[in-house]
Every structure is written in C-alpha cells, then in structure tokens.
Design a protein around this ligand. Structure first.
Ligand code: SF4
Ligand code: SF4
Length: 163
C-alpha cells in the first residue's frame, strides 16, 4: 500500500470520527434542551427501546403512554410511537405494561454496566439489586473494613437489648 493511500485512509477515518462526534454532540444538546423543562433527571444517556407491535394491546391499553414521565411515548396512527430524544430509559413503561416482553429496554449505566429488561418482574429485581449495591457502597464508605461494620452492628444490638 502506498504512503498516499494510507494518509487518505486515515484522513477519511478522522473525518468520519469528527462527523460522528458532532452528530452525537448535537443530539446530546437537543436532548438536554428537550428534557430541561420537564425537570427529569437523565439517568441513562445511552439506551434502546423497542415495542413489539404484534403483542401490544394498543388502543385498549395505552398504559405506557400514561406512565411515561417525559412524554416520550405518544399515540400515532393506531400505534404507540416513541420520540427517542425524550426517552431517559427509566423503565416506567415496562413496569406498567400489561404484556410481558412487549416493551424491551437496554440501557447503559455511567460505569458501563448494560441492563436489559422487558418484564415488570425483571425490572423490580434489577432495581432491588441496584439499591442493594448502592447500600453496600455506602456502608463501605463509612466502614472500609468489614470487621468495623460487624463491631458496629454488635454494639447496636447491645444498645437495643438494654433499652
Ligand atoms: S423508558 Fe419508557 S417511561 Fe421511561 S422515558 Fe422512556 S419511554 Fe418513557
Ligand atoms: S402498555 Fe404495553 S400493551 Fe399497553 S399500549 Fe403500551 S406497549 Fe402496548
């Protein structure tokens, strides 16, 4: 391969990266502007949401549209539509959907963990695990050593008994 073609290749890669980054920046800015008046915290920047049109109860239901805190879901021409820029992948729609595996969400936490769910039960278990993980992190902040935490628990139990 000649030197010239190599430099052409790398400049087209740079241009591609530049274009992708610019589009992503514009999208993030647009999302921020759209979500600002709604006062909703943007928990998940990255994610995907799909609705199975074959199993969706549609006009008889619309529960997801009512549950969505950002109005990302709406009724359009006989089916549920999604405005992706308004979706924060919170999961409220999955939690309220009457059909298992109808709405599917895949989202990425800032620390890189990807979570995928499509049933209310899975979402509840996921939230429970996230809360448990957060609780553990808080305990570790206060008691970096497990022994200190055990001692503290023992002391608490003693106090409870004597009161
Ligand atoms: S995950 Fe569902 S409820 Fe939450 S913002 Fe997106 S569409 Fe609305
Ligand atoms: S809650 Fe589920 S079944 Fe009901 S309209 Fe929304 S996607 Fe369809």
């Amino acid at each position: 391969m000649s030197k010239g073609s190599k430099s052409n290749e790398s400049s087209s890669v740079d241009m591609f990266r530049l274009l992708t980054e610019t589009t992503e920046k514009t999208r993030k800015k647009r999302r921020k502007e759209l979500l600002a008046p709604l006062d909703v915290k943007e928990f998940f920047v990255e994610g995907t949401l799909s609705i199975n049109k074959r199993t969706c109860k549609g006009v008889e239901c619309k529960l997801c549209i009512k549950a969505c805190p950002t109005n990302a879901l709406y009724w359009k021409a006989g089916e549920v539509g999604l405005m992706e820029d308004l979706c924060v992948y919170c999961g409220a729609c999955v939690l309220s959907c009457m059909v298992d595996d109808c709405i599917k969400i895949s989202r990425k936490r800032p620390e890189g963990i990807v979570e995928t769910f499509s049933r209310p039960k899975d979402f509840t278990v996921l939230q429970h695990n996230v809360n448990a993980r957060r609780r553990l992190e808080k305990i570790r902040e206060v008691f970096p050593r497990t022994e200190d935490y055990i001692e503290w628990r023992k002391e608490k139990a003693k106090q409870k008994k004597s009161s």
